[in-house]
Each structure stands twice: as C-alpha cells, then as structure tokens.
Design a protein around this ligand. Structure first.
Ligand code: PMP
Length: 387
C-alpha cells in the first residue's frame, strides 16, 4: 500500500486525501518522501514563521525538553511566565493585561468567548465569512455556513454581519452586546481586507456600548503583516486578542490576551487546559519572538510582501485581477475559479501555494523566505495558470 491508501484506511478524511507525504524541511523549503523539494509558501498556513528546522527553535526546544516538559497549571513555569510578559510588552497596551495559554486558535477564541460571557451579557456579533476555529463555540463565531450547518445547533447568541460594513456593525451592536469578534484581515475567507478605518470604527462602536472588541489575530499576528500585531497598524487597542499559529514556531500553542480590566473577568477555576502554557511550546515561542527581532523579520515581511505583490501585479496576467493583503499574508485574486488547478500545477513545479477560495490563491510563507526565492515564485507564477 502507498501512503495515500494507508491514509485513506487509517485517517479521517477531513480535507480530502493529500497527494504528497512531507518528510523534512529547512528554511523555506520542504522535501517529500520521494526527495522532491518544494518552496513552502504556506508554512502550515502561517505557522512556521521562522521556516523549518530553524536552529534557534531546535536549540530552545531541545534544551527545554531536556529540562522540564510539563508542570500542570498548579505551578509556575518560567518559559510561560516570560512569554506572557513578553507578549504584553510587545502589544504595547497601556494598563497591562493578562494572558491565558492554550494549544490552538480555536481554543484561544473559546477562551475569549467565555470571557465575553463573564460580562453578564450573552449577545455576540461576528462577521460573515469570518473564521475562528472548528470547536463548537469557535464554530458558532465562524461565519461560513458550510462549516457550521452540519453541526447545528451551535452555541446560541451569535449574529453575523457583513465584514467591513460599519453601518451594519452600528446596527448590530447595542447595550446588550457582550462582544464583537473580528479578524483584522479575513484569512480563510480569502485574505479579505476591510476598508480603511474599519477597526477604528469597531473600537468606537463597541466602546460606546460597553461591548468588548475581540480581535482574532491567529493568522495576522506575530509579525506576519510586518508588525507584531495587526491592531498596531490600525492604531487600535482591543479588549481581547487571540493568537496561535505563528506563535509556537511549529509547536502547538495558543494565547488569549485580555487587556486592562477585561483580564480580571475570568476567575480562578473557570477555565483552563492541561497543556496550555507547557514550557516546551513556550520556549519555542520565546525563540520565535527573539529571532523575529534578531533577524529583522518584521521589516522583511513588510518589504518582501510588497515586492511579491508588485511583482505579481506587474505580470499583467489576464487571469490575475489583483493582489490583496499585507506583509506576508497575500491573496492573489483570479478572474476565474481556477485556484485549485493552479495550486496543483504549482506543486508539480515545486511550490506549495494554497487555493483558499476557488478564485483566490493565498500565500503565507515563512517570514524567513528570501528575496531570490520570492522572485523565482513571481517569475514562475504564470506557468501555474497555463491551461
Ligand atoms: N482563527 C483564525 C483567524 C484562523 O485562521 C484559524 C485557523 N485557520 C483559527 C482561528 C483556528 O485555529 P486552530 O486551527 O489552531 O484551531
């Protein structure tokens, strides 16, 4: 039996049968078990910020697992404490905050959802097309009907409104609203960027009604857009923001960060998870943050992202209508629904890209992607669209 047949026999088919088996990675490249090399423009969907097998992560994880790998929530461990302090410092929010660690983006959003209930209000507003995870609470926030309907009834109280529409937000949020959940850029929906001023308006509207502004930075956070967090580009301070993906540098780690007084809403005993804040994942995360600084990756993400976008646009390809996004989270929009075909052609040519929507290709490469490889992608891009 080959790997596909073994996969079909042994694994639940949640995304369809994958066509290649990955074996190892280094920097922005991965290799399959047949020895074929691919430029990884997906990095596990915005996960491997430092690429694969980065020496800083290997060293941090190796050292930590040889020292202390788990402690349970009853004791302090130094990496998680240092990481919480570091995230608060990087967020730059006045008045401080507090962090609760978990293991995924969905769990980080579940935490935020629970915090919102602790306001004493139960109404929540979220966005059409928004993606917040697959657990039942996170799914209730997710605004993608095909993912929701098979599992209804979901957690009640959530209303979905069009993304980027300030008037709809004004109409939806009132004095009974606990929170508005929104992604700064909708990743899974196809790298959809809201109009300028949207997050600022969201901040004003939620504040006016005493509702929490919860930003899901699972995909946009940890440097991907060229700043530590997307809210820093918008000049907005949320009440809660959630992180995962790039935070752990390849290890499972999520975080829910509550700002100011919001941080006191969860009381002891109300929430937790066994592996949340495990020292190995937190040591990896500290290495991620340190390396983003030492390798200048915020600036790099910002300049390289612009260069890729400009390069793709300059191709003037008849099938490409534009490039949207920021930093190294880019959506290449197509005039026809050919993204899956293009992704398959790219894979054959040694590039991993993502057909995030039938007519949108997503690029979310490791932040360490270098200019030469990025320009090679741009030059080869038209070949992915050949009939
Ligand atoms: N929020 C956003 C914005 C995401 O993109 C994702 C994952 N694609 C999640 C939450 C869920 O994260 P996880 O898969 O780690 O549960």
């Amino acid at each position: 039996m080959n790997d596909q047949q073994r996969w079909q026999a042994a694994m639940m088919n949640n995304y369809g049968t994958p066509q290649i088996t990955l074996d190892r990675g280094e920097g922005a490249f991965v290799w399959d078990t047949d020895g074929n090399r691919y430029l990884d423009l997906l990095s596990g969907i915005a996960v491997n910020a430092l690429g694969h097998a980065h020496p800083a992560i290997v060293a941090a994880v190796t050292e930590q697992i040889g020292k202390l790998s788990h402690t349970s929530n009853f004791y302090i461990n130094q990496p998680s404490l240092a990481l919480a302090e570091r995230l608060l410092e990087l967020s730059g929010v006045d008045g401080g905050g507090r962090v609760l660690f978990c293991n995924s983006g969905a769990e980080a959003n579940e935490t935020a959802f629970k915090i919102s209930r602790r306001t004493g209000r139960t109404k929540v507003v979220a966005t059409d097309g928004g993606f917040h995870g697959r657990t039942m609470g996170a799914l209730a926030l997710t605004g993608q009907p095909p993912k929701r309907t098979p599992f209804e009834p979901l957690v009640p109280g959530v209303t979905h409104i069009p993304f980027g529409d300030v008037a709809a937000l004004e109409a939806a949020v009132d004095d009974e609203t606990a929170a508005f959940f929104v992604e700064p850029i909708q990743g899974e929906n196809g790298v959809v960027v809201p109009p300028a001023g949207y997050l600022q308006a969201a901040r004003e509207i939620t504040s006016a009604h005493g509702a929490l502004l919860v930003l899901d930075e699972v995909q946009t956070g940890i440097g991907r857009l060229g700043t530590w967090f997307a809210f820093q580009q918008a000049g907005v301070v949320p009440d809660v923001f959630t992180l995962a993906k790039g935070l752990g540098g390849g290890l499972p780690l999520g975080a829910c960060v509550a700002v100011g007084d919001t941080a006191a809403l969860l009381e002891p005993g109300q929430h937790g998870t066994t592996f949340g804040g495990n020292p190995v994942s937190c040591a990896a995360a500290l290495a991620v943050l340190d390396t983003i600084v030492s390798e200048g990756l915020l600036e790099h993400a910002s300049t390289l992202g612009k260069e890729i976008a400009t390069g793709i646009e300059a191709l003037n390809h008849p099938l490409v209508s534009g490039v949207r996004g920021a930093g190294l989270l880019l959506g290449i929009t197509l005039r026809e629904a050919v993204s899956a075909k293009a992704a398959a052609a790219a894979q054959r040519a040694g590039y991993l890209i993502n057909a995030v929507q039938p007519d949108v290709i997503r690029l979310a490469p490791p932040l360490v992607l270098d200019e030469t490889d990025a320009l090679r992608l741009v030059a080869d891009f038209p070949t992915f669209l050949e009939p």
